[in-house]
Design a protein around this ligand. Sequence first.
Ligand code: PCA
Length: 212
Amino acid sequence: MKKILITGFEPFGGAAINPALEAVKLLEGVALNNGEIVICQVPVTRFKAIDAVIEAIKYHQPDYVITVGQAGGRAAITPERVAINIDDFRIADNEGNQPIDQPIVVDGPDGYFSTLPIKAMTQALQQAGIPCQVSNTAGTFVCNHLFYGVQHYLRDTRIAHGFIHIPLLPEQAALTEQPSMSLAMIAEGLKVAAQAVIDNEQDIQLTGGTIC
Ligand code: PCA
């Protein structure tokens, strides 16, 4: 029986909700084939986000960790390929921090790849009828910060970790032309992704690149 920790960010940038937190709340205690989901809530702050997830890892002792955040403008659920060692915040975090070009870990490696089977996750969601694409950038805000920091913390362990960005909810996008996805589909997508992690020790070969 595998334990998978799925974390969700709190609202940020003045918003009232974050679909990541709403979806993760729906997944608390959900049973998978050969697995179960535990969750944790994460503040959108440069100096607290990583520690919140580390505390949850210590408490739950999971086999796998999926960190989840909102990505306005994206039309699909997007497992991230890589985290980079840079904080360059276009807006302030929830405690007013707005670093420009600061390393997340001084003298840390430039980047960490996801250690989750991102192609298998992507294919599983697509086969379930849920829009999903590999993403090759998690940005330079708190989501990338958390992805990098947790990957750094777990670098010498057997615990696999990766980050997934999700679209806005329809109610968040209602007054705009931005794409959105229902909360039910986002939650189902994260559950399918978690099952794919448990089912795929090795990743599969699937095109996930882009041409600029
Ligand atoms: N999305 C932001 C931070 C929190 C969240 O849910 C990001 O993509 O960095």
